[in-house]
Design a protein around this ligand. Structure first.
Ligand code: PAF
Length: 304
């Protein structure tokens, strides 16, 4: 048996609190019925291990739609060999409680890997958005975004939403999904939700639970570095190398931090820039604390 399927044996999840759908066919017929009734359907795609950041996406979905589906699927194809696919927290019971505490959702779509990849792995079909994955995380996570776009397109086809909500924390993912959605003609509105942060500025992430207290304390350097870079740009600095050096220096002040990248790119095309002329820019960081890889970003606008 494919090891991925051993981790996710297809089984019926029984519960009487929320409708849990595990098959694509049932999800599609449920979505079709909702849409036929004239309701607007929102999808919040997740890999589970829900935290306050996800719950904010759910609250936003409930504001913008009549019917909300949360998908929970730890997608194997977006993890490179050696990444934390096996260790990734799987907490369905806690996720159901968290969603209930946030006022409930209409459907949890929680397919098995077998349901999503009926011919095993790697799948025969994939969706790839070229060029936007060349820098930032894409330069370090071979195949990651192809795994994301492929599974998100499958989630779109299964859940048939009018609207899908993603966190801005994964800014590269969001930009790539926006482009895929337009180019593939999915007819789905994509909403990017602002980053939800802990009190010390740390962007919320399912991976924060891997951090020990000292790492968590030091991890505030990510948001501090980004704020500083945006501040420099706001104050008139136009040389990207100056912003990048300033971010590197702040990250280096945390003894447990190991920088993977600090970059400033065009927010739309995600291509590197050397000077800030007019437009919208994305400053982004990836930093390891031990084995835990954290990402964060901020966008800023330079007027013509
Ligand atoms: O952002 C995530 O949690 C995942 O990349 C997504 C969009 C649910 C696809 O697996």
């Amino acid at each position: 048996m494919n090891p991925v399927f051993a981790i996710f044996p297809p089984s019926r999840i029984e519960n009487d609190r929320v409708q849990i759908i595990q098959t694509i066919a049932e999800m599609q017929s449920t979505a079709d019925a909702v849409r036929a009734g004239g309701q607007r359907l929102a999808l919040v795609p997740t890999m589970g291990a829900l935290h306050e950041g996800h719950l904010e996406l759910v609250r936003e979905a409930k504001k913008q739609a009549d019917h909300v589906t949360v998908s929970i699927f730890v997608n194997p194809t977006q993890f490179a060999p050696g990444e934390d696919f096996e260790e990734y927290p799987r907490t369905l019971e806690a996720d159901m409680n968290a969603l209930e505490d946030a006022g409930g959702v209409d459907v949890i779509f929680a397919p098995s890997a077998e349901e999503m990849y009926p011919f095993g792995l790697p799948p025969y079909t994939s969706v790839n958005v070229r060029d936007l994955d060349r820098y930032l995380c894409g330069a370090f996570r071979e195949g990651h975004f192809e795994g994301v776009t492929s599974v998100v397109s499958k989630l779109f086809l299964a859940c048939r939403p009018n609207l899908a909500i993603f966190g801005q924390k994964d800014a590269q993912q969001l930009a790539i999904i926006r482009r895929m959605t337009i180019e593939q003609g999915f007819g789905i509105d994509i909403f990017g939700h602002p980053i939800v942060r802990e009190a010390n500025g740390l962007a919320m992430s399912s991976r924060n639970r891997y951090l020990n207290p000292e790492e968590r304390r030091q991890a505030r350097v990510l948001s501090q570095a980004l704020q500083h870079a945006a501040g420099l740009a706001g104050g008139g600095e136009r040389t990207v190398a100056v912003l990048v050096d300033a971010m590197r220096e702040i990250v280096a002040s945390a003894s447990l931090a190991r920088l993977q990248y600090a970059e400033v790119v065009d927010a739309e095309t995600l291509q590197p820039v050397t000077a800030l002329h007019s437009g919208r820019f994305l400053a982004a960081l990836a930093v390891f604390f031990g084995e835990t890889r954290l990402i964060d970003n901020t966008t800023f606008e330079i007027a013509p």
